[in-house]
Ligand binder design. Structure first.
Ligand code: FAD
Length: 470
């Protein structure tokens, strides 16, 4: 068996593993071995449905050292007026370039695709080629980096969480674009970003809204696209973020927090008549939201239990269907959020989200920066607290708390502040160039006024549920 030696063994070459490795080799001379069971980097984007796009701008996605796209503002289409958003194919192509032109070209990184990480064994770590079955041992001098803990679950890699009769037509969004026979109507199952994309795509292809039914067990909050915009639009981001912080500081309870976020359009319910129960970071423009609201048949009878040839059985009743009707499974959870645990532990880094909602790759990038520039694990964990992730809307209280604690810790470290100002994955990159904009000045004043009280108030609101590592 071959034995490799390295400083870091990074398991997972999705957006998380790539952003971590890119910053780590930029900030240190570390040697890195990357392993992924897929052939190419980019993680779940390799399996994405053909009509997927980022829901946030390309300008803040990917790795720190290489731009994704052209940072242009779209002039036409549902994204008009906002920074461009890459397609799945563009993202995969981007990650291949990053791997070849940046990581491998640096001489510091070796990549082993189509290889399963097996685990530690007798003082080293093992991975196995999925093609030859050959096992390789890796002696790790510093740390194993687990970039799979928050691995995403997508329609092609998950199993539907309900029973399916063989006589029904159930497809993934990937299969939807290749239907052999026309459908006698569509039922989209799920209430997340994939379901929103699928409904938008069906409408864009000329399917009348009356022929689409949408099963939404729990309604989602959405973010307005205008609030999550960087670069020239950073004043919009700052305004929205400062109102979010003020709501956190003055909210009397969790319900009041969400009420204030909605009143200030920091959050928007998908359906204005229904109080949302979930928040998974979906971001929509007003045009996209209005378009989705044209679908009037929304089924709210809980989760699907069974899909039969002539009916769909749900928690709270059933609705009819027929064998020619097409059902689209959009129930995969996307970003997974297992229980938070310390990011830095002896011999191991477990990549998790620090800043979320926001751009996911920022968290692994700053984790790498802290790993490369600090010595003490307690200090590293103080600077990189994991947040509780997505799911129930209430988690936004804990996410906001962790995010504000992290911002406060970073503000006291001049080198981190300097790095953040330059990091292309940060929404506030280049904000200092907009200090003459009254919206930025107003936002900074609001943040100065409410930052401390927001943390104190969120501690009060989140205390009963706060995970021990936060
Ligand atoms: C439709 C959709 C749109 C999204 N849009 C955005 C957006 O606009 N902005 C944003 O910030 N985020 C967005 N996200 C979130 C997105 O999931 C993250 O940005 C990111 O892609 C997650 O990357 P990851 O590396 O954490 O996970 P993954 O992409 O799941 O990568 C994990 C990798 O680990 C590998 N792996 C797992 N186990 C092993 C093992 N034992 N051995 C070897 N390899 C292993 C897997 O093969 C995989 O390649 C979106 C997600 C979805 C589903």
């Amino acid at each position: 068996m071959e034995t490799l030696e390295t400083d870091y063994l990074v398991v997972g070459a999705g957006a998380s593993g790539m952003a971590f490795t890119d910053t780590l080799i930029d900030e240190s001379d570390a040697d890195v071995v990357m392993v992924d069971r897929r052939a190419n980097p980019g993680g779940h984007w390799n399996d994405a449905y053909p009509f997927v796009r980022l829901h946030n701008p390309s300008a803040v996605y990917g790795v720190n050292s290489r731009r994704l796209g052209t940072d242009e503002i779209d002039e036409v289409g549902p994204n008009a007026g906002f920074y461009e958003r890459a397609t799945g194919a563009e993202i995969c192509d981007y990650y291949r370039r990053v791997l070849e032109k940046d990581l491998l070209a640096s001489g510091q990184v070796r990549f082993f695709g189509t290889s399963n990480y097996i685990g530690p064994d007798e003082g080293s770590h093992r991975f196995e080629s999925r093609l030859t079955g050959e096992t390789t041992a890796v002696a790790v001098r510093r740390r194993v980096v687990d970039a799979t803990y928050v691995e995403s679950s997508t329609p092609t890699t998950h199993t539907p969480p309900f029973d399916v009769d063989p006589d029904t037509r159930l497809v993934t969004p990937n299969e939807l674009v290749e239907l052999a026979d026309p459908a006698d109507g569509f039922t989209v199952i799920g209430a997340g970003k994939t379901a929103m994309d699928t409904c938008s795509w069906l409408l864009s292809q000329g399917v009348p809204p009356g022929e689409i039914r949408w099963i939404r067990p729990r309604d989602p909050w959405t973010f307005p696209r205008g609030s999550f915009e960087p670069l020239e639009h950073v004043p919009l981001f700052m305004e929205s973020f400062s109102l979010w912080m003020k709501a956190a500081a003055v909210a009397e309870d969790v319900h009041d927090f969400f009420q204030r976020l909605e009143n200030n359009e920091v959050l928007v319910p998908l359906d204005p008549e229904i109080e949302p129960e979930t928040l998974r970071g979906a971001t929509l423009s007003q045009d996209e939201r209005d378009n989705l609201r044209r679908i009037r048949t929304v089924i709210r009878k809980g989760y699907v239990q069974r899909l039969e040839a002539d009916r769909i059985v749900l928690d709270d009743g059933s609705v009819s269907t027929d064998p020619q009707h097409v059902h689209v499974d959009c129930t995969a959870r996307g970003v997974e959020t297992p229980p938070p645990q310390p990011i830095f532990a002896p011999d191991r880094i477990t990549i998790q989200y620090i800043i979320a909602p926001g751009t996911i790759p920022f968290s692994p990038a700053i984790t790498a920066y802290v790993e490369a520039t600090r010595d003490d694990d307690a200090e590293k964990n103080r600077l990189c607290p994991p947040n509780p992730g997505f799911g129930d809307a209430e988690k936004l209280v804990g996410q906001t708390l962790v995010m504000l604690r992290a911002f406060a810790a970073w503000q006291a470290e001049p080198d981190i502040e300097d790095w953040r100002q330059r990091c292309r994955l940060s929404y506030t990159r280049g904000m200092n160039e907009h200090l003459d904009d009254p919206r930025v000045l107003g936002a900074l004043e609001r943040i100065g006024e409410y930052q401390e009280s927001a943390i104190a108030n969120l501690e009060r609101l989140w205390e009963p549920a706060e995970p021990s590592t936060a």
